[in-house]
Design a protein around this ligand. Structure first.
Ligand SMILES: Cc1cc2nc3c(=O)[nH]c(=O)nc-3n(C[C@H](O)[C@H](O)[C@H](O)COP(=O)(O)OP(=O)(O)OC[C@H]3O[C@@H](n4cnc5c(N)ncnc54)[C@H](O)[C@@H]3O)c2cc1C
Length: 1512
């Protein structure tokens, strides 16, 4: 048997050609060939028409045209079936060219492509031996591998005796392995725009069978000779204005360009042009005849290269026209934001705008599908909105398109079970149901920065690739590598977060034969790795695979390339999605906006040192606007900034009270807008990538003018110190700044002791360490080392009331990540939404990428009989209960919100500010003036206080959801009737509740007044016991959120934190929390001797185990329950204000009973269900009888997904929580089982394990969480937080805005850390004047920004150039305002008054006129109820407005393009007549900033041509 030869793609081509010609030769005489049209291209790749003629072909016809003439006796038909086994060859790329393979596999579930691929691979195996190893990912990939195994068996079974097919039985000595990737595992990558040259040619022009049809106006006409020699086999005549160009490696220039990032294509073409010119010019220097002969010999090559250069320069210029369009940049921006994990809703305005600008539908759908794939679906309402817009804008025929996309799971609603991002469910641990990009982005570092496009060290330089295997466009690719394969080794975790089955199989061959083959074929040869993509591949992925192959050459090779290539990566950077423009002298410089260059720093180590507290003014080596991307239109930049403000718990349009008091002496109202623009800009930097801290110079670069650098610095410092930026798990904060000024230990070092390692204590300690690292220089200047932080924890675990307790039971098969424990949450469990500022969003999703499960709030409530309660009846009960809460809200404390200075909303929305602002009175002066003379008060803008009313209750947390509005505007009877209740006979809609007496009682609590309201309601409507059970279920839910019975809750402050809720789905972390911090455990503190004098005094902390620690500062984060119990002795005793607050704030109990089973018997599709509990007397309609039982096992959580084992968690709330404390486990489990039996039947098993909490007895908590007790005072939480001397306080009970929560605890830790730092180094110092006066702008710029002289000259020159341009051309045309035409909006405007009138019905006296939110709700209701005929005129008007906008936009685009062109000409003219001459002081290449910074800066530099000094 002949030795198996190594794989050579050329042989495949040869074989295919020979097979075809052999077929033709076998038919004697002349013949006509009838060809399936789709085969023309592939055929063209292996044989030319003249060759076919040589083999007797007369004419070629397309099968589809039905016109095969019979001019010849022989007619040869070649259809797909004949050719399926032949693969198209593109050097290292083979493709089956099955155009429909994607739709076949994923839409129609037709496995034909898998079968055809298996056949092709079998042929390879028969020829070259078995693939020793087959590794793969995805369900179809697994099917392909199984099919291959089966074909192999069939081959063996049917093998002929002379051993013709024995190649299928022995290992290949030349093949390393086969990797099969199912396209389905990563839909996101093909949805992203390809940024390699070949990728963009494909996107914009389209490549088919290595060919592209391009306008001759772009690439010129084809040279005569070439036209004849490459005439295609197919008879299709080229269209007159198109040229069919060949794009393959036979074109040397194309081979060089195809895989490069488009940003550098211009430079490469320039270089080639120069070289060609030099080579060509060499003819002038030829002196001798042989030299001339040599030149003439090379001439055809020159000409071919010249021709190719012309083609690619033309193509590149054409592509550039597209990439320069605003549409292209916006699409790219959205893609990159989504890929980087930005909040998808922040991208929706842009997508909507793209739709209204008639962007091609495919582009819009790509964006939406991308969002859906990456973010686990699109929010239902938003998806519906987009679908509606698409149908209206592009036509209703696309209903089918949308349907198909949904079927493909490319466009899903978040509520769809298919969209849920559960990394691992299903039968085997190796099967993911969905590709989890959030996890993979972090785990595989998919977003890459700091890449040099000229010499990339990572495959991601091709684009922002989000694929797990970033590789190879066609159906199959072959690469050469060498060495041993390792399968998925090292990436097991990552592949589990990718959809579909994972496999890694060794194929056993005949050992002896394998050895012989290895011997004969020689050793040490490079081996081939086959990477097969089922369902398609993009050119960018092909480029990435080639890149890996090149890198891996000569090494042991495995194409698990994604991960290996990542090992060299630096930190992914914040602005990987923003543009960069460094290639200023490139012909195609503007293309660099496609670059993935670094734009931000990776650590604090290189941050400029803080000097803010020194009296002398700081100098900055920063260009204004350096952190404002030049390629973002101002309004888009503003939108991102505002969204960042909102995501940071700050009002983007107004100062925080502390900012107000910090700045009011130094700025005036007019300047607030500019300040807010800077502040929101800094927050934008942080929110876009919280993996790395924001540096001072980045922050200062958010100012548009150097006059504002000082205030930007103050703002930055405030944000850092208060924990609005640079917080959480930032690796680089700690340990990056090893002191460069001598060894530590020689200097003094202060100690901060944090007591308690719960969320607040851990958060505080970590934040302190981070702050100390950032302020190290300040300590060094004081002659101290950065302080140390010691944590003391009484338990032998960390986490405090966040406790993931492990089970003894283990599941039959695991569904959790490796390393996860099987646990249930005994304490804090639900993250109540990530949006709108929850700091846990940054930590859980942005930094740690913890897996989590989004909870579905849909609840079925079961009655005590086990019957599900009718949903409508439940809704009536809930709405009535909300009305009661609404009524009770009238008696809430009126807590004034401090009014602070606001910016100009319109300017902030537009990303602009007024240039003036100097010379006005400062905020303080105006405020003082207003206080002194009330009649001038109007000079001080007032903030209107918003009232909030409860509109619904959150079933997952029991908290009331509030919206702005006027409390209880309608009478009780009117509202009850509106909800759907039937009024008792004789009761009119004017009938109302009278709660005054109940409220005036000295024992009034929330509970007593609610009970009275229910009693009075029973006179208005006829409550059945079931109604009361339902209403009391909602009361129990409220008791759960407060960890106490309603009749201990403050009437005025029960919803103190209202209005501070986050948004977004509630979630639970999967697999429990684990904390890696080092903490001194079992250090139960029993005495704290602190100092009431904050400066220079020591404290002593004594622990029960005898440990005594001295500290300069102490942070107590022990729970309120511990403080109430007084188990810690404070010396001196805590002052009265503190003791008062400790007493008045309540500390309640919530308990849990967790039951673990062998198998689940409840609905796995639901996350929660409720059960109604009977009062003592089942049929009672007496409200007081419901209190005792209503909270017992009233709410059940299905924890199977987060625990890893079938588990149910029941809540014991209100009275029931206290009952749990004194009841045995056996009794509780018995009662729980009884409740479950009533719902699921008597056959359900006993739990195999149970866990019960008794937080009231926990000596490190003495309860669950705080609540506002009956005697609560509005500022009690603030009093709780106040430090006393060097003793500081943290903990959920010190956070009035978010008490009783994990995030509240964390926020309190940040606050305490900030207070400790202030105590150590003093408050933020403010230079005077804080904003440099305008008239000294030039002077101040020089003083502040010591730029290098060259940069300075260029800045000044640039200024003059633009002045000149504006003088000649006037202003650049203004973009028309988008009116965002929307039928609802037009309707709402028209029907506003009518809606207002409707709101007046059933209104209670004294409730005033309806406020806008009420009216808005009414309009929405009217619109929803309106018929299609009623809606039609509004739909028509909206369409007309949209069209008008599109026309205005087109005009603007045209005019602005002309203006831009004219500006370039004016500029060129100016530069010619007024060149900028280098000054004497300029060093040739003095970099004013370190290299990395220069690179970063270039990303944001104004793209105005002045940036050549930024080159690197
Ligand atoms: C049953 C239950 C359910 C909850 N559900 C949720 C929820 O779903 N969502 C949510 O956001 N929040 C929830 N919470 C609230 C949340 O868990 C807490 O608000 C938060 O964990 C409190 O953190 P902390 O740091 O303030 O206190 P803790 O976590 O209690 O930390 C205080 C630490 O101090 C230690 N300590 C106490 N005394 C001493 C001493 N003398 N010496 C040394 N160390 C000491 C303790 O051991 C503890 O580790 C729940 C709480 C409970 C109990």
């Amino acid at each position: 048997m002949a030795p198996s030869i190594g794989f050579d793609p050329e042989r495949i081509k040869d074989k295919a050609k020979k097979d075809l010609l052999y077929l033709l030769e076998g038919i004697r005489g002349k013949k006509n060939v009838v060809l399936e049209q789709s085969l023309a291209g592939p055929l063209n790749l292996i044989v030319t028409f003249p060759t076919l003629q040589d083999y007797g072909t007369d004419k070629v016809f397309f099968l589809e045209n039905d016109n095969a003439d019979v001019s010849q006796r022989n007619v040869v038909f070649i259809a797909r079936g004949e050719n399926a086994k032949q693969a198209q060859l593109i050097a290292d790329l083979l493709s089956l060219e099955l155009d429909e393979s994607f739709a076949d596999l994923y839409l129609r579930s037709d496995p034909t492509p898998t079968y055809l691929m298996a056949r092709a691979l079998m042929l390879v195996q028969q020829k070259h031996g078995l693939f020793p190893r087959i590794t793969g990912k995805g369900d179809n990939a697994k099917k392909l591998a199984d099919l291959l195994a089966r074909m192999r068996q069939e081959l063996i079974a049917g093998e002929d005796t002379n051993g013709n097919s024995r190649g299928g039985l022995t290992h290949s000595a030349t093949t390393e392995n086969l990797i099969i990737i199912d396209r389905e595992i990563d839909y996101a990558t093909p949805l992203l725009t390809q940024l390699t040259y070949e990728g963009l040619v494909d996107e914009i022009v389209g490549i088919k069978n290595n060919r592209a049809d391009v306008d001759t106006a772009i690439v010129g006409a084809a040279p005569q000779a070439a036209a004849t020699s490459t005439k295609p086999a197919a008879p299709a005549s080229a269209p007159t204005k198109k040229r069919n160009i060949l794009l393959d490696s036979s074109d040397k220039l194309y081979a060089q360009l195809r895989d490069t990032n488009f940003a550098i294509v211009g430079g490469l073409l320039n270089k080639v042009a120069r070289r060609l010119q030099t080579d060509y010019d060499s003819r002038h220097t030829t002196k001798t005849t042989p030299e001339l002969a040599e030149f003439v010999k090379k001439l055809p090559a020159y000409q071919a290269e010249q021709q190719s250069l012309k083609v690619h320069t033309g193509l590149a210029e054409d592509i550039m026209k597209h990439t320069r369009t605003e549409q292209f940049s916006r699409i790219l921006e959205v893609q990159q934001n989504l890929a980087a994990g930005a909040d998808p809703s922040t991208q929706h305005n842009t997508i909507e705008e793209l739709i209204s600008r008639d962007t091609p539908l495919t582009e819009v759908l790509r964006l939406l599908c991308l969002e859906s794939c990456i973010s686990g679906g699109i929010k239902p309402r938003e998806l519906e909105n987009f679908k509606r817009m698409i149908l209206q804008a592009y036509g209703y025929q696309h209903l089918l398109t949308l349907n198909a996309l949904e079927k493909l799971q490319l466009l899903l609603s978040r509520t769809s079970p298919l969209a849920v991002m559960i990394p691992m469910t299903g039968a085997t641990s190796n099967t993911g149901t969905k590709t989890n990009y959030t996890y993979l982005r972090k785990a595989l570092r998919l977003i890459v920065d700091e890449v040099n496009e000229h010499d990339p060290n990572d495959i991601a330089y091709k684009q922002y690739v989000t694929s797990i295997i970033r590789s190879g466009n066609a159906n199959n690719i072959v690469l050469n590598g060498g060495g041993a394969s390792t399968g998925w080794f090292g990436f097991e975790d990552a592949v589990k977060h990718v959809r579909g089955q994972t496999f890694d199989e060794l194929q056993k061959g005949e050992d002896k034969a394998a050895k012989a083959r290895a011997l004969l074929s020689g050793s040490g040869e490079k081996k081939t790795v086959f990477v097969v993509f089922l369902g398609g591949i993009t050119f960018t992925e092909v480029a990435a695979l080639r890149f890996i192959a090149k890198k891996e050459e000569g090494q042991s090779c495995s194409i698990s390339a994604n991960a290996r290539a990542n090992t060299n990566r630096s930190e992914s950077a914040r602005n990987s999605m923003t543009s960069s423009s460094t290639d200023h002298d490139d012909k195609l410089s503007s293309l660099s906006s496609l670059s993935s260059k670094a734009t931000s720093p990776t650590d604090f180590g290189s941050a400029p040192k803080e000097e803010a507290r020194s009296a002398k003014r700081r100098t900055y080596n920063v260009r204004p606007k350096v952190s404002i991307p030049a390629d973002l239109i101002p309004s888009e930049y503003a939108r991102q900034c505002i969204s960042a403000g909102e995501s940071s718990r700050l009002n983007p349009y107004a100062l925080h009270p502390e900012e107000h008091s910090l700045l009011r002496r130094h700025i005036n109202y007019q300047q607030v807008t500019t300040y807010l623009n800077i502040r929101n800009g800094i927050l934008r930097l942080w929110v876009r990538n919280p993996l790395i801290g924001v540096m001072l110079d980045e922050a200062v670069g958010c100012a548009k003018d150097a006059r504002w650098f000082d205030i930007a610095n103050v703002c930055y410092e405030w944000l850092v110190r208060r924990g609005y930026i640079n917080y959480g798990c930032l690796e680089n904060l700690n340990g990056s700044k090893k002191s460069k000024r001598g060894r530590p230990g020689k200097r003094k070092r202060k100690t901060v002791v944090v007591i308690g390692a719960g969320m607040s204590g851990l958060g505080c300690a970590r934040q302190l360490e981070g702050l100390f690292a950032q302020y190290e220089d300040v300590f060094l200047e004081k002659g101290e080392d950065a302080p140390q932080v010691i944590m003391l924890e009484g338990r032998d675990r960390v986490g405090g009331r966040v406790y993931s307790r492990g089970f003894q039971s283990k599941p039959k098969s695991t569904t959790l990540l490796p390393g996860s424990r099987y646990t249930a949450e005994m304490g804090g469990m639900i993250i109540t939404g990530f949006d709108r500022g929850n700091p846990l969003n940054i930590i859980v999703r942005g930094q740690l990428a913890l897996p989590y499960h989004a909870l579905k709030p849909d609840t079925t409530i079961y009655d005590a009989t086990g019957m599900p309660v009718d949903a409508e009846r439940d809704q009536h009960a809930e709405q009535l209960f909300n009305y009661i809460l609404d009524r009770v809200s009238e008696y809430k404390f009126n807590i004034p919100i401090p009014s602070t200075a606001e910016g100009d909303k319109d300017l902030l929305d537009a990303g602009r500010e007024l240039s003036g602002g100097d010379g006005f009175k400062s905020i303080l002066e105006l405020e003082e003036g207003a206080a002194a003379a009330p009649d001038t008060a109007s000079a001080v803008p007032q903030t209107q206080q918003m009232q909030m009313v409860p509109v619904s209750s959150d079933r997952l947390t029991g908290r009331a959801h509030l919206e702005p509005g006027v409390p209880a505007v309608h009478t009780a009877a009117f509202r009850a009737q509106e909800i759907g209740w039937k009024l008792r006979p004789g009761i009119g809609i004017e009938q109302d509740l009278d709660l005054e007496a109940a409220v005036r009682s000295q024992y009034a609590t929330l509970g007593s007044v609610v009970d009275e309201a229910i009693r009075q309601f029973s006179r208005i409507v006829d409550f059945a016991p079931l109604d009361l059970r339902l209403i009391n279920w909602h009361v129990a839910n409220l008791e759960y959120s407060n960890a106490t019975t309603c009749n201990t809750l403050s009437l005025g402050g029960w919803d103190l934190d209202a209005g501070n809720e986050w948004e977004g789905k509630h979630t639970m972390v999967t697999g429990g929390y684990q904390q890696p911090l080092t903490v001194r455990r079992r250090s139960n503190v029993k005495r704290i001797a602190y100092s009431t004098d904050q400066a220079n005094s020591r404290s002593i902390i004594e622990c029960e185990n005898g440990e005594v620690i001295e500290a300069d500062y102490v942070v107590s984060s022990v729970p309120l329950g511990v403080l109430k119990k007084q188990t810690i002795q404070f010396e001196p005793p805590l002052p009265d204000f503190k003791l008062g607050a400790i007493q008045r704030i309540g500390f309640g109990i919530l308990n849990k009973v967790v039951l673990i089973y062998e198998e689940p018997f409840w609905d796995q599709g639901r996350d929660i269900f409720g059960t109604l509990r009977d009062p003592v007397n089942r049929f009672s309609v007496d409200q007081t009888e419901y209190m005792q039982h209503r909270g017992r096992f009233f709410q059940w959580f299905n924890c199977t997904k987060t625990s890893g084992v079938p588990a149910l968690l029941a809540l014991m709330a209100g009275d029931a929580a206290f009952y749990t404390e004194k009841t045995s486990d056996t009794e509780l489990v018995e009662e729980a089982t009884k409740v479950l039996k009533s719902v699921f039947g008597f056959q359900i098993p006993q739990p195999k394990e149970s866990l019960v909490t008794r937080w009231g007895h926990d000596s490190f908590a003495y309860g669950s969480y705080s609540y506002t007790g009956a005697k609560f005072q509005p500022d009690d939480y603030e009093e709780m937080a106040k430090p006393i001397g060097n003793l500081f306080f943290a903990g959920e009970h010190t956070c009035g805005t978010h008490p009783a929560t994990v995030h509240g605890a964390y926020i309190s830790g940040l606050r305490a850390a900030s207070e400790v730092l202030d105590a150590m180094i003093g408050p933020i110092e403010i230079p005077e004047p804080l904003i440099q006066p305008k008239e000294s702008k030039r002077k101040s710029e020089t003083a502040l920004t010591q730029l290098d002289p060259r940069q300075e000259r260029l800045n000044a020159y640039e200024f003059d150039v633009w002045n000149h341009i504006y003088t000649i051309l006037g202003d650049r045309p203004y973009k028309p305002l988008n009116n965002y035409a929307n039928p609802y909006r037009i309707y709402s405007k028209e029907k506003w008054e009518e809606a207002k009138r409707k709101c007046d019905q059933g209104r209670r006296p004294g409730k005033g006129k309806p406020i806008s939110n009420e009216v808005k709700k009414m309009v929405t209701k009217m619109w929803t109820d309106a018929s299609e005929t009623e809606k039609k005129p509004y739909n028509d008007t909206a369409t007309a407005q949209k069209q008008a906008y599109a026309a205005a936009l087109a005009e603007y685009n045209e005019k602005s393009a002309i203006w831009d062109k004219d500006a370039l000409n004016v500029r060129a003219e100016y530069e010619k007549t007024n060149p900028s001459v280098p000054g004497l002081g300029e060093l040739p290449d003095s970099p004013s900033r370190r290299d990395r910074k220069a690179k970063r800066v270039s990303g944001y530099a104004e793209n105005d041509g002045s940036g050549s000094e930024m080159e690197i």
